[in-house]
Design a protein around this ligand. Structure first.
Ligand SMILES: [Zn+2]
Length: 271
C-alpha cells in the first residue's frame, strides 16, 4: 500500500477547508464497476467543483493494486455520508472509498450480477487487503482503536448508528464474497499488532540462579546431650539434613499418617 497525495483542489468540499477532530473512519464502496481509482480522482476534481453535479467529497480512493489516492487532508471535513438522526459522520469520520471490479453489473439499487465470479472475488479481496493496510495505518496515526464501538464502520453501519444516509455499502458487495466488517476490524487490529516472524525472540527470562554452593557433608549434632554425625548438605550456607536420619538417630521412629509426619518412640513392633 502506498498513499499518493492528489488533492482535489477544485472540489467545493476541498475548498470549504473545514477542520474537524476525527474519531473514526467510514468505509465506502464506489457503487459502480470502475476499477481505476484515478478516474474518481479526476471526477472529484472536476472544475465545476461538483463531481457529477453533486456536492460530495471523500478523503481517499483505494485501488486493488496497492495505490491509495488521497484527495484531501485527513482532518478536512468530507461530504461522504450525509447524516442521520444522531448527526453526521462527516464531522467525525474520515471517508474512504474502495473501487469495484469491472466484472459486475448493477441491475437496480445495490443489486448486481456477477459476470466473472472468480475475477470479481480476486479484485474485491485485493481492495479489501489494501483497505486493511490503509485503515491500520490511519488507526495508528490517529490513535484509533479499530475494535471499539463506532470507530471503524461501513456506510451501512453508519446508517444504523444514525449518522449516515441509507446506503448498503460496503456489505452489499462484500457479502457475496464472504467478507464482513467484523473480519475487517479484526484484520486491521491484527495488522496493527502484528509481530514480524523474523523478529528475534527476546532473550529468555533470567533463569533461577543456581545454588551458589552445594557441599555434601557429615553434620555433627549434639541433641539433648547425644552426639550424632548425620550426613547432609550445606546449600548457600544453610544446613540440610533428612528428618528421618535425625529422628532415627535419636532413637525414635518417623512415619507419615494422613499427611502428618508423626515422630514416636520405638515400639517392640519395630525391629
Ligand atoms: Zn457510501
Amino acid at each position: 500500500m502506498h498513499i499518493i497525495e492528489n488533492f482535489t483542489t477544485n472540489n467545493e468540499n476541498y475548498k470549504a477547508k473545514q477542520i474537524v477532530k476525527m474519531r473514526g473512519i467510514m468505509l465506502h464502496s464506489v457503487g459502480c464497476p470502475q476499477p481505476d481509482p484515478e478516474v474518481f480522482v479526476r471526477i472529484f476534481n472536476d472544475p465545476s467543483g461538483k463531481p457529477n453535479g453533486r456536492k460530495v467529497g471523500v478523503h481517499a480512493f483505494v485501488g486493488s493494486d496497492g495505490r491509495v489516492f488521497q484527495t484531501m487532508p485527513w482532518n478536512f471535513r468530507a461530504w461522504h455520508c450525509g447524516k442521520g438522526p444522531n448527526g453526521s459522520g462527516n464531522s467525525t469520520h474520515i471517508g474512504i472509498e474502495l473501487v469495484e471490479p469491472r466484472t459486475i453489473k448493477y441491475v437496480g439499487g445495490s443489486a448486481f450480477q456477477d459476470n466473472n465470479p472468480a475475477a470479481s472475488r480476486a479484485f474485491v479481496e485485493a481492495t479489501y487487503k489494501v483497505g486493511v493496510e490503509l485503515f491500520s495505518h490511519l488507526c495508528k496515526q490517529h490513535n484509533f482503536d479499530p475494535l471499539a464501538d463506532g470507530v471503524v464502520v461501513s456506510h451501512a453501519e453508519g446508517h444504523r448508528l444514525g449518522i449516515a444516509s441509507n446506503h448498503g455499502d460496503v456489505e452489499h458487495l462484500w457479502k457475496v464474497y464472504g467478507l464482513t466488517m467484523d473480519r475487517f476490524r479484526q484484520d486491521i487490529w491484527s495488522a496493527m499488532n502484528a509481530v514480524s516472524p523474523f523478529k528475534p525472540s527476546a532473550p529468555a527470562a533470567t533463569a533461577a540462579p543456581a545454588p551458589k554452593l552445594v557441599e555434601e557433608s557429615v553434620l555433627k549434632f549434639n541433641l539433648l546431650g547425644q552426639r550424632l554425625d548425620i550426613p547432609g548438605a550445606i546449600v548457600d550456607g544453610k544446613a540440610f539434613v533428612r528428618a528421618r536420619l535425625l529422628v532415627e538417630g535419636l532413637g525414635f521412629c518417623i512415619d507419615m499418617t494422613d499427611g502428618v509426619i508423626v515422630v514416636r518412640e520405638k515400639s517392640s513392633a519395630d525391629k
